[in-house]
Design a protein around this ligand. Sequence first.
Ligand SMILES: NC(=O)c1ccc[n+]([C@@H]2O[C@H](COP(=O)([O-])OP(=O)(O)OC[C@H]3O[C@@H](n4cnc5c(N)ncnc54)[C@H](OP(=O)(O)O)[C@@H]3O)[C@@H](O)[C@H]2O)c1
Length: 430
Amino acid sequence: MSEPLKVGIAGLGTVGIGVIKILTQNADIIEQRAGRKIEVVAVSARSKSKDRGIDLGAYDWVDNTADIATHDNVDVVVELIGGSEGTAADLVRSSLDNARHVVTANKALIAHHGFELAQKAENNGVCLMYEAAVAGGIPVIKTIREGLAANKFRAVYGILNGTCNYILSVMRESGRDFYDVLKDAQKFGYAEADPAFDIEGVDAAHKLCILTSIAFGVKPDFDAIKVQGIAQINSTDIAYATEFGYRIKLLGVARKIEDKIMQVVEPCLVPIDSPMGIIEDVYNAVYVEGDFVETPLMTGKGAGERPTASSVVADIIDIARGVSVPTFGVPANSLKDAKWIDIGETNARYYLRLAVIDKPGVVADISAILKDQEISIEGMVQRGHDPGQCVPIVLTLHNARHVNMLRAVSIIKDLDACKEKPCLMRIEEL
Ligand SMILES: NC(=O)c1ccc[n+]([C@@H]2O[C@H](COP(=O)([O-])OP(=O)(O)OC[C@H]3O[C@@H](n4cnc5c(N)ncnc54)[C@H](OP(=O)(O)O)[C@@H]3O)[C@@H](O)[C@H]2O)c1
């Protein structure tokens, strides 16, 4: 057997501790598969004295986390701190510069700096691996980058944030409202104390950015993603969507249209029995459309100590085996600058919920505004009749240009009778 592969772990939170546990508990099978032992030699985090529930006495504690990058004994730096800037970013850059392999679960870092880091890895002859960064325990990176490498992709899309999917699932099952369910998600540890990245769609966008790059061979470009979260969705939307035969899901969608790419994260209506409609609770799913493979669906747990650690260690095993794959599946310098589609120019069917005063002429006004924007109504529901009071009106709309839809919504919003910000969602017939 070859020499053990020596690992330094920076960050000993949920994922870091999970990695040490799986490396310890499954050491035999991991050694057999890797063809050599994998040894944790050094660890680091902010607080040395924190009780982490496991004994870290066998490992060299590194006070200054940055020193892991130059630690004499470390072949692979495992960065599990998080964040696109600061300590994590500095450590990864310095590790690559010092010709250490890097394994990370840090989607924000890869989404914002992936191209630069991929170049650094290649220039220094080392690997930069990040399977755990997208969809936690589901090996979507390896599947798309390696298993499906012979395909041209038309689209990749997915439910990429378990917290949002949990909130939307519970809202539907219980009829409760968004902020109420969010509190539960925080209580059960699904959402962070500051859940902004999850519910505003930023976390899903980080992951989509990475998938887009691998699927289409383009430089990751986070700023090119149109991002919208789920906070505006209420129990009325969920109930109407169900009645119309849909589920509401926060979807990340990257689609190639001719030589351009559309990249968007937003809540959408998807058919109840579609591949995305059936994914509930904290589960994630990634679906690709390839020219030869057609439409494989990958689903499973997208976060948590054990699934995430499983993916981190899969990357370490690849390094131990000597497997080396370009960071985004192609040499970094061959990654292209994508031509991004202006979302305004795309077409879709839409769901539109309005809260308007129940009085004569309002529906006619709304219909006229939609007609002026060349948008035709597929269906309209107004439950109950309460003259002078605010009532919900829900419309489904035939295929329309997004820019026209936005213009119509902005005019409707300014009507005296319109009492709340309209809720507009795309209907994705996946
Ligand atoms: N949790 C998941 O389910 C999951 C899933 C997929 C990907 N990820 C990614 O995995 C990474 C780690 O997530 P996590 O949930 O394990 O985070 P976490 O529980 O908050 O742990 C973060 C760790 O980093 C350490 N740390 C923070 N700032 C530091 C600094 N300036 N210098 C040194 N150490 C520092 C913390 O030290 P102390 O413990 O001493 O405070 C802690 O041990 C993130 O990139 C995250 O996006 C997480």
